[in-house]
Design a protein around this ligand. Sequence first.
Ligand code: PEP
Length: 253
Amino acid sequence: MRKKIVAGNWKMNENLQEGIILAKEINTVLEADKPNCGVVICTPFIHLASVAQVLNKSLVSLGAENCADKEKGAYTGEISAAMVKSTGAEYVILGHSERRQYYNETPEILKEKVRLALDNGLKVIFCCGETLEEREAEKQNAIVKAELENSVFNLSSTDWENIILAYEPIWAIGTGKTATSDQAEEMLAYIRSIVAEKYGREAADDTTILYGGSCNPGNAAELFSKPDIDGGLIGGASLKTSDFKAIIDAWKK
Ligand code: PEP
């Protein structure tokens, strides 16, 4: 059966000391009141090794927000998948729209990143989603399908077991504008159907698919009540322990 997951994406927030405090807080509240879903926090690279020391791994897993598209060598400033893994991180977010948009990450680059992440034993949270213009032109299904076909549908069935998908409509990220639970469910059911076409029904039923985009304590339970929504990728609300915990607790309703 597929895993329910709530994953935080800290983005470029919190200095090292603040990040350690936040991670400790999240760990403490989850130790006091155990989650009934998987919890992941994805932090900036510089936090990973320190945050790994303060997390109870049986309750909270650690992830990075990116990794390089090269294995190793003369790529000044880059962080490889192997380096990420060596910190104790288990996950990496790839394909986030902010990386595609601001850092020109193409489908080909993402394909390389996914390959290297998997080869180094990381699980990939792979993001996809359309812009507002694309949704208004009713192109959202075609856009999402192309994003998956061009970067992850080349993977073997064995590799697929380490892929988590996150549908994040770009118009809903950090805007306070959430997709309705029906819109999110419609897209996640569509994504599951194309995963089934590619990898078979059983693999599709086992694939964790998250919704992301202004998910908060007020809308999480409604979103998570939908049959194809297996949890959330949480940006802004993952920076406040009480909000992140409330979203995790939405799985208890
Ligand atoms: C994200 O960027 O992954 C995200 C979902 O952000 P927010 O929750 O802030 O919309």
